[in-house]
Write a protein that binds this ligand. Structure first.
Ligand SMILES: NC(=O)c1ccc[n+]([C@@H]2O[C@H](COP(=O)([O-])OP(=O)(O)OC[C@H]3O[C@@H](n4cnc5c(N)ncnc54)[C@H](OP(=O)(O)O)[C@@H]3O)[C@@H](O)[C@H]2O)c1
Length: 312
């Protein structure tokens, strides 16, 4: 099968398309013929060796297939697998400890990370859903505990995770403000957020103090955000390597999303993703051999919605 591989950590030029054997599903896994794979900042952080997951890789893991979420058709069941059928279209993200990569024609994925895709839904959209939706659920609901009537601010409201965080917080009945650059203000309005243009406005002046801040940007936003919380306010910072010490020292509740596969919650929300009631914005669809372009775009830190690889 064709797959996007790296032989060592490095820049986007390390990504190359290679021919590798179709993986055999082990016990608890299914072989999935991939239709699409989402790209995420995590992927370039694994590629360049900077992510926590990359630091756990050994020489035996190379050549490494990248890609942590995707959508495809169940081709075969591994030993002892039940709950899914051959021919079913599924989507999901393996746990970070699992080595399967989704930038490939086939992937052997744990059955317990997969949820069914509704009939007639767009497989491209579902390729880019599992990781961002799981992150947004963890940030907004589990750690953020957003509730009706609260004021919430989301930094990076038009990113892959940010767009879903805005929508989940709105659904919970919160008033939402969100930041983005000038060109993305229209999307913030479409999502139902009060838009803040971080390139021309100071968010601390443009919005009231918040019950919850979900910070997808971190570097310029984290410290001023701590002063922009009401007494007892919470902050959830998305980048995994963020240093929460300044919040903890002040007694402010602060989290970084850490989560495992949540197929039941993904399955529950899949009809809303399929109908667009929960909108995943597909900014660009690229073929597998343009995967390096996807990484270059993600690394700018200014991609909007999702860049998805079409593997059909
Ligand atoms: N902890 C976890 O498990 C987990 C899971 C998923 C993602 N993450 C991390 O969360 C971060 C966001 O992920 P993502 O997939 O949403 O990224 P993304 O799709 O690349 O989006 C990043 C967004 O940030 C916005 N942005 C850039 N600079 C900003 C600033 N100074 N203030 C406000 N917004 C700014 C950009 O909007 P403009 O183009 O308008 O500037 C862009 O839309 C990444 O660091 C990612 O690695 C962590």
């Amino acid at each position: 099968m064709r797959a996007a591989l790296i032989d060592r950590f490095g820049g986007p030029e390390e990504l190359h398309i290679g021919e590798v054997p179709v993986p055999e599903p082990s016990a608890g896994e299914v072989l999935v013929r991939m239709l699409s794979a989402g790209t995420n900042p995590l992927d370039y952080k694994i590629r360049d060796g900077s992510s926590g997951m990359a630091k756990k890789l050994t020489a035996d893991d190379f050549p490494l297939i990248l890609g942590r979420e995707g959508c495809g058709v169940v081709e075969a069941l591994g030993p002892g697998v039940s709950g899914l059928e051959v021919g079913q279209t599924v989507f999901g993200m393996p746990a970070l400890t699992h080595r399967a990569g989704c930038y490939a024609e086939y992937a052997a994925l744990p059955v317990n990370c997969l949820a069914p895709v509704p009939v007639d839904a767009d497989p491209i959209v579902f390729g880019g859903t599992a990781l961002v939706l799981s992150t947004a659920l963890t940030a907004a609901i589990d750690q953020g505990r957003v509730s009706e009537g609260e004021n919430v601010l989301i930094h990076g409201g038009t990113g892959g995770v940010g767009q879903l965080a805005v929508q989940l917080c709105r659904r919970a009945g919160a008033q939402v403000w969100a930041t983005a650059s000038t060109r993305n203000q229209d999307r913030l309005v479409d999502l139902g957020a009060n838009p803040i243009d971080y390139s021309t406005q100071d968010f601390t002046q443009a919005s009231p103090k918040m019950d919850l801040i979900i910070d997808g940007a971190y570097f310029d936003t984290f410290l001023p955000s701590l002063d922009h919380l009401v007494e007892g306010g919470r902050i959830v910072v998305l980048p995994s390597l963020a240093d929460l010490t300044p919040a903890k020292e002040r007694g402010i509740e602060a989290h970084i999303p850490v989560f495992g596969p949540m197929p039941d919650r993904l399955a529950e929300l899949a009809p809303d993703v399929a109908s667009g009631a929960l909108s995943i914005e597909v900014a660009e669809v690229l073929p597998l051999d343009r995967v390096a372009d996807a990484h270059r775009q993600l690394e700018t830190g200014h991609s909007r919605g999702k860049i998805i690889l079409d593997l059909r």
